[in-house]
Design a binder for this molecule. Structure first.
Ligand SMILES: Nc1ncnc2c1ncn2[C@@H]1O[C@H](COP(=O)(O)OP(=O)(O)O)[C@@H](O)[C@H]1O
Ligand SMILES: [Mg+2]
Length: 389
């Protein structure tokens, strides 16, 4: 057996260690295909913070795997480059006391407060300097009240120190009333006082909908941006640019068409394709259909395993019935069609429907519709018929 350290064994023409593609949850892709409006919105927020002004809050929504976490991570990197302080919170349904979120916020606030003098610190309701000089949390009321105070203090500290602060909160659907609400309320007050605190949020497609329905003032300025599947140009950008920049290699148009077709523009699949094309490239300067065929075998395996894994999350009983019926209808249809096919009432199907949505397997692209979140899942169910095995 040859030793890979002594002689190159890679079959590809491009160095696999230099592979720029990033298939994996929350990983920043080498290029964001088709996300110009979303990135532009974030850039305005970051630029305002860099000038120590208050930007309006933004909420990015989309199904799992469209790139919300990666987008927030990328924007935080850019913000840090411009001297903006960033804090990343992830909401978690299990976190009933908001302990983790509170701790992340407190630590973030303490970092900023380090440079503040006593007079400023005294104005902070949630912080104080301990005996040994470190910044401690003041004990306050409920978890929600504490969150609200810390976020308010972040605005105050930013203004006092002349420093922009960017707060990102991922998976907001997990804690809308307990975390998102107090946080938005505090951020809203901060922006009225033009304090340099920016808030970028992300969540599933219907995240924060109840807060919008409640029509509170703090949601008035909250801008919603829906992140969907990539269109053809988006997929092309996400694949072509990294090859061009990192390897000076050209990707054939047929390959780009094929990747879009096969991935359905689902960003995670697009990254899988990019990574496999790179590893299987036969020539260092051109990616052709022969490379795509080899890469396709690799991608296909990963995607099949991914679908099989998703299927394991489909609840048994009516959940399975509903998923199979949805697959037979092509993966995106009116709930009315499904009740008819299954000969069940809306009411009878509603718990199964909710279960599928909560597990991230389905979503409602419009009122009264149900669809799978990942392209290709309906076809996979049709072929594999996992309910019969
Ligand atoms: N615009 C994009 N173009 C190409 N790939 C992307 C894009 N956005 C995200 N990705 C990739 O998609 C995958 C899923 O991203 P992630 O941020 O985890 O999605 P989400 O948080 O919405 O579930 C990652 O591999 C990421 O690199
Ligand atoms: Mg995510």
């Amino acid at each position: 057996m040859p030793n890979p350290f002594e002689e190159p064994t890679s079959t590809g023409a491009l160095d696999p260690a230099a592979n720029p593609f990033r298939p994996g949850m929350g990983r920043v892709p080498p290029d964001f295909g088709g996300r110009e409006p979303a990135l532009r919105r974030a850039k305005v927020a970051v630029d305002r913070l860099a000038r120590c002004a208050a930007p309006p809050p933004v909420l990015y929504r989309g199904v799992r795997g469209v790139g919300k976490t990666a987008l927030l991570a990328y924007v935080r990197q850019q913000a840090e480059h411009l001297g903006v302080h960033t804090i990343a919170v992830e909401a978690d349904r299990g976190d009933k006391d908001l302990a983790a979120a509170r701790e992340t916020l407190r630590r973030g606030a303490a970092d900023v407060a380090h440079d503040a003098d006593e007079a400023v610190l005294r104005r902070c309701a949630s912080l104080r300097r301990g005996r040994d000089g470190t910044i401690e949390a003041r004990s306050t009321g409920t978890a929600a009240a504490t969150i609200e105070r810390i976020v308010a203090d972040l605005g105050l500290l930013g203004a006092a120190l002349g420093r922009g602060i960017l707060l990102t909160v991922d998976e907001v659907q997990e804690a809308e009333q307990s975390l998102l609400k107090p946080l938005l309320r505090a951020a809203h007050l901060a922006s009225q006082q033009d304090r340099p605190l920016g808030v970028l949020l992300s969540g599933l497609p219907s995240a924060a909908e109840t807060l919008f329905d409640e029509g509170q003032t703090y949601t008035e300025r909250l801008e919603r941006l829906e992140l969907g599947l990539l269109d053809h140009d988006g997929t092309v950008e996400a694949i072509r640019r990294p090859f061009e920049r990192e390897a000076d290699a050209l990707v054939d148009d047929h390959v780009l068409d094929l990747v879009h077709e096969e991935s359905g523009g689902y960003p995670w699949f697009v990254q899988l394709w990019g990574a496999a094309l790179w590893d299987n490239a036969r020539a260092p300067d051109r990616i052709g259909l022969a490379d795509a065929r080899t890469a396709g075998v690799e991608v296909h395996e990963r995607v099949q395993a991914f679908f099989a894994d998703r299927w394991r999350r489909v609840p048994s009983g009516r959940g399975t019935l509903l998923a199979v019926a949805l697959a037979e209808q092509g993966g995106d249809t009116e709930m009315g069609d499904l009740t008819e096919v299954l000969d069940l009432t809306h009411q009878a199907l509603s718990p199964a429907r909710r279960d599928l949505v909560e597990r991230g397997l389905c979503w409602a692209p419009a009122r009264g519709r149900l669809a799978f979140t990942v392209p290709g899942f309906a076809e996979w169910i049709g072929r594999a018929r996992p309910d019969r095995t």
